[in-house]
Every structure is written in structure tokens, then in C-alpha cells.
Design a protein around this ligand. Sequence first.
Ligand code: ATP
Ligand code: MG
Length: 534
Amino acid sequence: MSSLLPLHAVDMSHAYGDKMVLSGVDLLANPGEPVGVVGENGVGKSTLLRLVAGIEEADSGLVRRPSDLGYLAQEMVAPPAATVAAVLAEALAPLHDAVRRLEQLAHELDEPGAADAYAATLLWAQTHDAWDADRRALLASQQLGVSHIDASRTVGELSGGERTRLALAAVITRRPECVVLDEPTNHLDDDAIAFLENFLRELPGVVIVASHDRVFLDRVCAVIVDLDEGHFGVDGQGGNRYTGGFTTYLEHKAAARRRWEAAFAEQQDDLAALRVAARTTARQVAHNRPPRDGDKYIYNFKGGNVQATIRRRVRDAEQRIAVMERRPIPKPPEKLSLSHPLTTEDRTGGGLVVSLRDVSVPERLRLNRLDISAGQHLLVTGPNGSGKSTLLQVVSGRVQPASGLVRVSARRIGLLPQEVNFVGPDRTPTQVYDDALPAGAIPLSHLGLLPPRELSRPVGVLSIGQQRRLALAILVAGRPDLLLLDEPTNHISLTLASELEEALGRSPGTVMVASHDRWLRRRWGGQVLHLAVH
Ligand SMILES: Nc1ncnc2c1ncn2[C@@H]1O[C@H](COP(=O)(O)OP(=O)(O)OP(=O)(O)O)[C@@H](O)[C@H]1O
Ligand SMILES: [Mg+2]
């Protein structure tokens, strides 16, 4: 629809305290061309989205955005006492208003200005598909697992996942001209993700999503904007905007990184060779003995030429060094890399590590039988509400079932919960880590999970993915022999997710992973337990 406007952000820069997060970033999102914003944890994706959505003001830069914009935060902050019903009603209100107003204007078409008002309202109603709003609201609530939440509950009482799904249902219902979503798939099951993907693909307006979900990015996005320093095209100053799918983008990015490393290494070699050449040649000039009287004629004729040639060579080498130093190829940034095994070997002498019989947690989980033997890796799947997290909590001992038998015979159980919250947001990651572990544990800086510059910042200001990396660090440093991971790929970058997957494959201990991540599930080599909604 031609009335739809692009979103254009130019030269965005933003710092938190003395930390420069974004510097000179541009973002163009055209209607009908969904843009995926990607990059390592903490690179500034959420910050950029808040700036373009107008949630926060940038230090500098300009944003032109459609005024009708829907924004979904990475973790929703609960509004004061709004109920679930009120949130959905608020999303529907402008659409109902538009339909009512159209009917009213249709009866007043003879009055001055009414025809224009009618045309404008009609266009708005068409763009927002206002006549379909009630059906959309119902469908979104059902597909996103919101319809079974008691509508009189307040948003503050909901879990983080439920809050996100409710907010998403509201955005889908309202169908704004511009949608800005920060990691929308983290709390969704397969059906919900498919529903969201279809909605975004069919939306005529502007779509901007930050995500680490590879399958989702592939299915939805037409353009990828990478905030990493090592983005595609960095070697040829090609910018960070790529038109095309995410998987092909990743291939281009990997190739660009290889070219960058090669170009950097070549320049370093050239510089080293030129410096040696300049030094040794210069020494030749200095060491050239002064001419003796009898030599004068021949020296002037021959030696003078030699000296001049040597000086020219030195000058030439120095000039080439100066040119290279004026345009140095920057060193490719070190990549973070998980460098610690995830589990220790089970020493209970084989046998069953986990054994459950007729376990029931009312409204949350029912399971007749589960046996996991030492060293076994089990993936737990199932739709929203099927009890994946509850199962992990039962096994970890955090939740006692109302009935049934639970036997767990691990020496050290490590649980990564779905939502991570650290008490004391002013403490640094190093303090949090050291407090959580016994003396003598491997230092946090050795794990390759957080960059050194983040280790002394308050943990409360780290990005959500970085906080999750810290939780993972504490977990693996505790050397569990039974590892329980609840949605481990949520919020963490694709690089770490792949490393985690590989590390899991090598882990000698017993592992249970609850995940809805389609990419992880497709590649899972171990056993699978599928939970159904009870
Ligand atoms: N309110 C804040 N105060 C101080 N620093 C902040 C604040 N919000 C974000 N930051 C910092 O800005 C950087 C970027 O954070 P941001 O949340 O934008 O990253 P991200 O790319 O979305 O990461 P993730 O993949 O983990 O979601 C991080 O280093 C973070 O610590
Ligand atoms: Mg983020």
C-alpha cells in the first residue's frame, strides 16, 4: 500500500555512562521488507530497537518513523495493575473506533470535509484490516497460548513468557504500520512461532526484529542488519546491511571474516618485511665507508649512484610503511569461545541417575515414567504449558510434586533456569561469580563467556544475553554431573548456541535440555521426550 512509510534512522549514536554502545549506525526499513537485526550478545540490538521505537532518546542521530508503531521489549516490564482483558481491549479499541467512525461518516457524506475524512479513515481501516480485528484477536490469543490465562489476572502476576505472549497478541491484534520486536520467539512454541511468522510475512508495513533464532530469521527477513564489528563486507567497507536470507548471509559473513583475517595478516607481513628492509638498507648507507682521495673520481661516478639508489630504496620503503600505517587494516576482533567442559563424568557407577514414577504437579505436569541412565542426553520438547520447566525443576529438587516418586542420584546438579535474575544489580559479574562458587574455581575470565571489558560493570546493566552467559558460567564452573538446561539457546548468540550444542555432544555427564528451538531440535542426536499438554 503506497501510503505506508519506511522507517529511517540515520547516524545513531548512544552511550550508557562511559560505554559507547552504538556509533554512527544507520537503519532503513521499507514496508514489506522485514529487517532482521543480528549480532553478538551486548552489541546493542535492544538499544537500537529502543531508539528507533522512541522508547529511549539517542545521544545523536535522526529517526523518521511511522507514528503508528508497535513495540515488544525483549523482557516485558509489567505495567501497573492492568488486567489481561484490559490489554487486549486496548489493542482492539482503535480498530473498533475506525469501523464505527466509517459507518458514521458514511451517513454524513454530504457535509463539508466528510468525503476526505471518510477516505482517510477508510485507508486507515484497510491498512489495519480493522474489520478482521475481533477474529484476529481471538486467533492470536489462541495461537499464542493466551486464551487459557484467566482474563481477570493482572499482567504483573504473569510469568515472563506469558507476559511476552500477551504483548505479542496485542501487537498482532492492533496490526500497526510499523512493528519493532525484540527477540520475539524466545517464549513461543512451534505453532505460535509459525503464526507469528505468517503474520510478519503478510504485514504490508515496516517490520524490524532483533533475533538469534536462525530458522525464524530465515523464514521472515528479507534484509539483515548486523551490528557486529565483524559484519559482512567489513573488509571492503561494504557496510552492515545485507539483502537476502540469513543463512546465505552467514556464509558471506564467514567468507568476509576469512578475507579480513588474510588481508590483516598480509599487511602485517608486508609491514614487517618493509621495516626490516628499511633498517638493513639504511645501515648499508651508514656503513658505506667515506671515499678515499684516490677513489674520488670512481666514487663520484659509481659510489654516489649506489648511495643515491640505497637512499631511494629506504625512502621508498618508508613511504610505503607510512601509507600502510595511514590506512591500517584493523585487527579482526577476538571471538568469544566457550572453553570449558559442561559436565564432569558421572561417578556413581552407571545405572539410573533420574527415575520418576507417576509424578504429578497439579496444573503443570503429569508424567507416568521417566528413567535416565548415567551419561544419557535427553531433549524435552512440547508446546507452551506442557510442563518442560516444571519437569526440570522437579528433577533439580526445586519443586516437590504433589504425588509420585522422584529418585535422583547425581553428586552435583546444575540447573540453568528459563529466566535468570541476579540479586544485587550493582555487583559486578566477577563478584557474583566468585560469591556463587567455592574458592579455587576457574576464574570467570578464563571461560570465554563474557568479554573482559564487561567483567567489572554492574551486572544489572548487562544485556539480557550477557546475564544469561554469566548464569551459564556459574553453572559450568560448578562442574555438575547432572546438567539441566531450560531453553539454553534463548537470548544467547548463535555462535554460543552452536558452541553449546557441540560441547553438549562431548559432555560425559547426564544432560536434560528443555527447548523449543527448532534448530537445536533438528540437530539433536540424543533421546527425546515429548510432553503433551495435559
Ligand atoms: N540501561 C543501561 N545502562 C547501562 N548500560 C546499558 C543499559 N542498557 C544496555 N546497556 C549496555 O549496552 C550494551 C548493549 O546492550 P543491548 O541490550 O542493547 O545488547 P543486545 O545486543 O540487545 O544483547 P542481547 O543479545 O544480549 O540481547 C551492553 O553492553 C549493555 O551492558
Ligand atoms: Mg537484546
